[in-house]
Design a protein around this ligand. Structure first.
Ligand SMILES: Cc1cc2nc3c(=O)[nH]c(=O)nc-3n(C[C@H](O)[C@H](O)[C@H](O)COP(=O)(O)OP(=O)(O)OC[C@H]3O[C@@H](n4cnc5c(N)ncnc54)[C@H](O)[C@@H]3O)c2cc1C
Ligand code: FES
Length: 291
């Protein structure tokens, strides 16, 4: 099943003897969990180092890996930081095994897979990140890419929503981005206890009044599907071109490399055509509820 890479300088029509097998994308590489950080009640960040001592995998913002808890199963999780961090919400058997693993435990990692946020395309423009709950984790590497070259971009906004104040992810980091990097961070929660001083309401409600130039903006959106659909519609209603609104899709996955069809969304295989896709491509698919 290993993919085949041609040797440098040879044509694609070269003979089999001049071909070398690449690493098999179905074989997990062993990594050691070096640290587990609890972010919220049910969400944890795993820091990983390769068990073989070789450099960790290289990735681009937006890509995901298949994480394998040996003896339990394998799940797709977006990369949330370098050299290799994954932020995981405990929702079922495999995610529970991963977040409950003690430092020193070995897990398997395949990838990185999938398309990227490609935030470079937004250089010279305003950038609006719209995200809800754990959706901030897949966006974090894109936000850090923008902040690493802050002067290359116009206004940078981060509109973030969570279910309750206790579910806010990376709260300290968001405050730092606002204070040190000039990011306009606006937070809201769906529900709050009596006396809560922050904003209450859905994150999509922030889009209408947020201070950016829609015709000059790019938007990067990640969160539950219903929230992403509504966010994309609000961004387009304000005048952001559909091709400049990118979303990260989630589907059930098995292989991660376009073989099994588990992640199919009509003509798209989300593991290879996505997870990051433009709204102009997704709009007709996301308005059909059964797909
Ligand atoms: C490209 C991609 C990136 C992802 N990135 C992250 C991430 O950064 N952090 C993170 O915590 N999770 C992420 N997920 C979701 C994660 O893969 C699922 O939560 C995980 O597969 C659940 O497995 P489980 O065995 O723990 O739970 P299961 O027992 O399989 O499922 C528990 C519950 O979660 C639901 N569920 C399962 N898989 C998904 C899914 N793909 N999307 C939505 N609901 C699902 C089930 O319907 C069920 O209600 C990502 C998914 C994809 C496809
Ligand atoms: S997960 Fe197998 S085709 Fe996408």
């Amino acid at each position: 099943m290993g993919d085949i890479r041609t040797l440098a300088g040879t044509s694609p029509a070269t003979t089999a003897s001049a071909l070398v097998p690449g690493p098999d994308p179905m074989v997990p590489r062993r990594y050691v969990i070096t640290r587990v950080r609890q972010d919220t009640r049910d969400t944890f960040t795993l820091l990983l180092d390769p068990a073989d001592g070789a450099p960790p995998l290289e990735f681009a913002a937006g890509q995901f890996t298949m994480l394998h808890a040996f003896g339990v199963g394998e799940v797709p999780i977006s990369i949330s930081g370098a050299p290799l961090e994954h932020t995981i919400r405990n929702v079922g058997a495999v995610t529970r095994a991963l977040v409950e693993a003690a430092p020193g435990t070995e897990i398997g990692v395949r990838g990185p897979f999938g398309t990227t946020w490609a935030v470079d395309d937004a250089r010279g423009h305003d950038v609006v990140f719209v995200t809800g709950g754990i959706g901030l984790a897949p966006l974090r590497p894109a936000i850090l890419d923008v902040l690493a070259e802050r002067d290359a971009y116009g206004k940078v906004l981060l509109l973030y929503g969570s279910r309750t104040p206790d579910d806010i992810l990376y709260g300290d980091q968001m405050r730092r981005w606002a204070d040190l990097n000039g990011v306009n961070v606006q937070m809201t929660v769906d529900n709050a206890p009596y006396g809560y001083k922050g904003r209450v309401g859905f994150v999509t409600e922030l889009i209408a009044k947020a201070g950016f130039d829609p015709r000059n903006a790019w938007a990067f959106v990640c969160g539950p599907e219903v929230m992403m659909r509504s966010a994309a519609q609000s961004l387009v209603a304000r005048g952001v071109p559909k091709a400049r609104v990118r979303l990260s899709m989630e589907r059930s996955m098995k292989c991660g490399i376009g073989l099994c069809g588990h992640c199919q969304l009509r003509e798209l295989f989300i593991c290879v055509d996505g997870p990051v896709l433009p709204w102009e491509r997704l709009e007709p698919l996301m308005s059909v509820r059964e797909l």
